[in-house]
Design a protein around this ligand. Structure first.
Ligand SMILES: Nc1ncnc2c1ncn2[C@@H]1O[C@H](COP(=O)(O)OP(=O)(O)OP(=O)(O)O)[C@@H](O)[C@H]1O
Ligand SMILES: [Mg+2]
Length: 251
């Protein structure tokens, strides 16, 4: 029988990162539960992107500790963290414009961290790849575009393609940095539905300036300001928090 104690998927202790004289991330103690959608909000320059780059390993921390699934990953390079299940920060640059939609998602599928190491016949492997890519394309509504070049897709569809690639990698932790940037109202609505569909047994960190979007999706919200954590609560609690209002939400 499994223990009923909530074990955090990821935690940080006194995490720090500076750029010259700027302390971008300051003494952050953070804890994330398996399966939650965590919103991270805060003013420009608060340190949100730097913080998640420290988690994914894109940036090295100056001091402090990061533990993922019980393993100290503080000194590990990004590719090792990706193998453990932390998705690289969501970015438009993660897709290859000169490859087809299918090929882009196939690359993601080949990066799966939990691939069986047993050698399998080529035909099995190929069928498996078709299945994984097909299901990711259906889930993101991109099936129609499988033979198109990624470069030919409209912006909103390229962002869906990034999600499809990430789904194919099947990370334990998705980190999405301003995923709704540049999307239309309709596309944001579709994106919300998509995140709800893919959330089962996945953990998602969602950095956003679009507050209705993040308040609608997140289980908990962390507010950052000047490199530190200003407040942490469920979306309702955050919306009535006086310090948060003063620092970020305004009136
Ligand atoms: N590569 C870098 N070199 C120098 N300074 C940096 C670098 N990256 C971030 N900073 C500085 O660190 C601080 C935090 O920046 P960061 O990008 O993490 O903020 P953010 O919360 O993601 O902001 P935004 O909402 O605008 O994306 C800022 O003062 C920024 O200027
Ligand atoms: Mg940022």
């Amino acid at each position: 029988m499994e223990a009923l104690v909530a074990v955090s998927l990821l935690s940080t202790k006194k995490l720090n990162r500076r750029f010259g004289g700027v302390v971008a991330v300051k003494d952050i103690d953070f804890s994330l539960e398996q399966g939650e959608i965590r919103g991270i909000i805060g003013p420009n320059g608060a340190g949100k992107t730097t913080f998640v780059n420290l988690l994914s390993g894109r940036l090295a921390s100056d001091s402090g500790q990061i533990v993922f699934r019980g393993v100290d990953i503080t000194g590990q390079p990004a590719w090792k963290r990706a193998r453990l299940g932390i998705a690289y920060t969501f970015q438009i640059t993660s897709i290859y414009p000169g490859l087809t939609v299918f090929e882009n998602v196939a690359i993601g599928a080949q990066m799966r961290s939990h691939q069986s190491s047993k050698s399998r016949p080529w035909t099995d492997w190929k069928t498996n790849l078709e299945e994984i890519v097909g299901s990711c394309l259906r889930m993101t509504g991109l099936d129609w575009s499988r033979t198109r070049l990624a470069a030919e897709l409209a912006y909103g569809h390229q962002r869906l393609l990034e999600i499809a690639v990430n789904l194919a990698v099947d990370p334990v932790l998705f980190i999405l940095d301003e995923p709704t940037q540049g999307l239309s109202v309709d596309e944001i609505r579709e994106f919300t539905d998509l995140l709800r569909r893919i959330r089962s047994d996945r953990t998602i960190i969602l950095i956003e300036h679009n507050l209705p979007f993040v308040m609608n999706l997140a289980d908990r919200v962390t507010v950052m300001d000047q490199g530190g954590i200003l407040a942490e609560n469920d979306p309702k609690g955050i919306q009535v928090d006086a310090r948060v209002k003063a620092a970020y939400l305004g009136e």
